[in-house]
Write a protein that binds this ligand. Structure first.
Ligand SMILES: Cc1cc2nc3c(=O)[nH]c(=O)nc-3n(C[C@H](O)[C@H](O)[C@H](O)COP(=O)(O)O)c2cc1C
Length: 193
């Protein structure tokens, strides 16, 4: 039996960039991982892209998390460094959220939780999505990478011979989960030639 205190708390933020299927699969894998406790916060932009990019309802998405926070609740547990977590994943991460985090401008709970994750020297993984990337986007990513934030854009790889969008999704989500030492059974690793 696993007690709540023994579970790893992972904060997941969903912001309004394209890529909702990635967030759904990440939450599904975390949900099926018994030692993980998911703390979820979705921005208004994230709710909009959910409508545009998936048939899943907001309540179905939220049901994958253990605790769901309102984006405006800047007094929530995850807004404080004294609430211990393993770290945070923002998937997908919009250019607006990326910019806010790089400036330390915490105007909503995703941005505040990311700011806390950085100040507490915990793991912060951003899955930023835009195309093409402007010098402003690139500078924000570069500067955050310089302070230890993982910049993990949803980039397609071909060495795993993807045949479907699901294959592409599995690979990107597998790479993200690797950073937390969590196995994704559908992630095909390179084993050498
Ligand atoms: C369908 C849709 C797709 C979008 N895709 C992107 C995207 O890929 N990257 C991005 O930075 N913004 C994208 N946006 C714009 C953001 O949602 C918008 O800038 C929003 O203000 C971001 O706020 P948030 O970071 O608080 O969610 C998209 C918006 C919509 C409606």
């Amino acid at each position: 039996m696993i007690f709540m205190e023994e579970r790893k708390r992972i904060v997941v933020g969903i912001s309004g960039a394209s890529g909702i299927p990635l967030a759904i699969e990440l939450l599904q894998v975390l949900h099926s991982t018994p030692f993980v406790e998911i703390h979820l916060v979705i921005s208004d932009g994230g709710k909009k892209t959910l409508e545009c990019e998936s048939k899943m309802s907001l309540s179905e998405l939220e049901a994958l998390a253990d605790i769901v926070y309102d984006i405006n609740n800047i007094g929530a547990a995850i807004a404080s460094g004294s609430f211990k977590t393993e770290g945070m994943i923002i998937i997908p991460c919009s250019m607006k959220t990326l910019a806010a985090i790089n400036c330390g401008y915490s105007d909503n709970l995703i941005q505040r939780a990311a700011d806390v994750t950085i100040k507490e020297h915990r793991k912060l993984i951003l899955v930023p999505r835009e195309c093409p990337l402007s010098p402003i986007h690139l500078r924000n990513m570069y500067e955050l990478s310089q302070i230890g934030v993982y910049i993990l854009p949803p980039v397609i790889s071909f060495y795993n011979n993807p045949e479907t969008i699901d294959d592409v999704t599995h690979h990107i989500v597998g790479k993200i989960l690797d950073s937390f030492g969590i196995e994704h059974k559908n992630f095909i690793r390179w084993r050498g030639i």
